[in-house]
Design a binder for this molecule. Sequence first.
Ligand SMILES: CC(=O)N[C@H](C=O)[C@@H](O)[C@H](O)[C@H](O)COP(=O)(O)O
Length: 235
Amino acid sequence: MTPTQFTELTNTLVVSCQAEPGLPLDAPIHIEALARSAVIGGASGLRIQGIANIRAVRAATDLPLIGLLKVDRPGTDVYITPTVADVEAVIEAGADIVAFDATDRVRPDTVATLCETVRQAGRLSMADISTAAEGVAAMRVGADIVSTTMSGYTPHSRKLPGPDFELMHELAVAGVPFAAEGRIWTGEEARRAFELGARFVVVGSAITRPDMITRRFIDEALRNPSRTFQGQAAE
Ligand SMILES: CC(=O)N[C@H](C=O)[C@@H](O)[C@H](O)[C@H](O)COP(=O)(O)O
């Protein structure tokens, strides 16, 4: 992959294969199986969390791999690849693209430093942002692309039940290259993201989190009074 172009991923679907700690799929063998299944289904790239998971998926495919590390570091709310050491670990595990939080919050290492670390290693940086201003700032300090990942997950961003299409529009108007990510559950939503200018679309939960998919099916069915459905409504 060549920096700033993301040609292999342009107009394609990237599947994020992640499992919450403690859930049954939270093991490298399962994450790798999810990733290989997504590839069979047509995914052009994968977004993988955790060093052991990145290693396992790297060994299984040559497709572009976006790596990240979710970790608690003292003194910060930033949890996606917060430090230079975390970036280096993700690179060492085999990621082609390193995703890290680039939101406007107290952080251990600057976004510029993280971008530079990725660049020096010959990889691409993906800055996870929650507002258009953060996207512009990340590109200014050297990010290769931004992703709308963090919209809804910072105190200062929009809280929406679905994808943040307004943020996508704002990024397009500002000329910021972006991936659309976060709460995309349907093909129609993915298509709209492309229409708004997304380079590629990242889908996670809707494809790789069976517990959430099951929950949605049950809730949807129970909302329809003309049918009976054996299941429990969410509280
Ligand atoms: C906010 C945050 O920590 N997002 C994480 C980033 O890697 C993942 O938990 C999400 O699954 C991923 O962004 C894909 O989004 P969705 O699962 O909604 O399709």
